[in-house]
Design a binder for this molecule. Sequence first.
Ligand code: TMP
Ligand code: ASP
Length: 243
Amino acid sequence: MGERQPLYEGKAKIIYPGPDTGTLVQYFKDDATAFNARKKDVITGKGVLNNFISEHIMNRLGAAGVTTHFIERMNEREQLIRALEIIPVEVVVRNVAAGSICPRLGLTEGDDLPSTLVEFCLKDDALGDPIIAREHILTFGWANAGEFDVMVAETHRINTLLTDIFAAINVRLIDFKLEFGRPADGSGGLMLADEISPDNCRLWQVGTDEKMDKDRFRRDLGGLTEAYQEIARRLGVTIPQAF
Ligand code: TMP
Ligand code: ASP
């Protein structure tokens, strides 16, 4: 296993070739980064928790008719996924003001937004994932107009589904980030890619607004593993004891 050559290594995951054509293996690391990797640490077990939580969420979205890259979880740290050509756009959905939008637009964390806000960032670490508009996406050909419309419509549908999934476990879905891709073999339309876990969602306990997501790391609050374990437990996801 250690001999495999990664195809791509990101901040929290590694992509390896898959066993069959059109497949890849997505490996979840324990690395935690924030602020475009200016803050870094290793949090033992985070990768395992995100692998299991993301499996659960992707399966629930799939059952509701969302097309995703997820095929199956292979082991504690790896998933078999469909090979996609990733659209280099991070789609950020905000239901409540938190994180980077607060200083950018002078909002206070926890403010309700007039309606759900969908923002786009270019997926480019060297540039610091700058915020972009639809016009940039179309002008530079990162997606075409049809793909853009599908991405936004799917994003709203996923927001509704995820908001309900988390509300059912007494958690508020504040915001989250999605990525989409096209099947590398040219078949079919857009698919949801990447992961959905407390690393790329803001999740607050109903009633207290206690943070149950990666803000525990970003803000040095401690207790990240415990928070992710609690999310898993409430979702009914069983995590192996030793990691
Ligand atoms: P932000 O407030 O830092 O812009 O983040 C908004 C949401 O998107 C939050 O749930 C974290 C998630 N996110 C990622 O998953 N990856 C990223 O690179 C960024 C910037 C945000
Ligand atoms: N994942 C990004 C980073 O490493 C941003 C974040 O989630 O805060 O910097």
